[in-house]
Ligand binder design. Structure first.
Ligand code: MN
Length: 237
């Protein structure tokens, strides 16, 4: 194939214990998937059908226990952390049953759904898409994937985030309103999942703002931790 312009690079995630990388296809994100977070966002935590939004593949940034720095994004004054369990899809499919859904998982990781909350809420209140609030460069720092073949599946696992050492978010993935299997099954009714797709499963309560100079430390028991520092952005140079 000859391209008229240079094609975009394939964005990848690290896989723990392997040289091979995981190529990121699409990033699907579940909204309001912990009751206490739904309440803090002013919404009813009923078990309505899950809803999804997306980030572009190039929003993913490799994170690890060795600190990385991401730039404070432009056009926001309320830049929020959302610590999340990340699911990497290894086998595609559509209309996947809940019972078979976990067979489609390649691995799990710790991730951050970084959010321009002011832009997201303004869009939400006007009935507009969330893209400017959610789908921007470096908005998805994700740690190394831990493969199902290495660690199996997670049912109970503490999920935490500190900022500059102070606790901000603390919950357990067993509080997901829609489980990993249910989320995969539901999503696959609307879109044929493909290998390389990534699902960010939603954040627990405690979301809040970070500013340049802050250090976030996110962890999920069994998946290690990521350390992400907030750098200065173009608006602040
Ligand atoms: Mn989120």
């Amino acid at each position: 194939m000859q391209y008229a312009i240079p094609p975009a690079a394939v964005n990848t995630l690290e896989i723990a214990g392997q040289d091979a990388a995981f190529p990121v296809n699409r990033i699907f994100c579940v909204g309001r998937n912990y009751a206490a977070h739904a309440i803090e966002m002013g919404k009813d935590p009923t078990r309505d059908a899950p809803f999804f939004f997306m980030k572009p593949a190039n929003a993913a940034v490799r994170a690890s226990a060795d600190a990385i720095t991401i730039a404070y994004p432009p056009k926001t004054a309320n830049y929020h952390h959302e610590i999340e369990l990340v699911v990497a899809i290894g086998k595609g499919g559509s209309n996947i049953s809940v019972e078979q859904a976990l067979e489609h998982v390649y691995g799990y990781a710790v991730g951050l759904d970084m959010t321009r909350r002011d832009l997201q809420l303004d869009a939400r209140d006007k009935g507009r898409p969330w893209e400017f609030g959610k789908s921007f460069s470096q908005s998805a720092p994700i740690g190394p994937l831990h493969t199902v073949s290495a660690i199996g599946h997670l049912e109970n696992a503490a999920i935490t985030l500190t900022v500059n050492g102070a606790p901000r978010q603390s919950s357990d993935i067993n509080k997901l309103i829609w489980s990993v299997a249910e989320s995969i099954s539901y999503l696959s009714q609307y879109e044929t999942l493909e290998p390389g797709d990534v699902i960010m499963t939603g954040t627990p309560e405690g979301v809040n703002a970070v500013v340049a100079g802050d250090e976030m430390r996110g962890a999920i028991a069994g998946l290690g931790e990521i350390v992400v520092r907030v750098g200065k952005g173009k608006d602040h140079e």
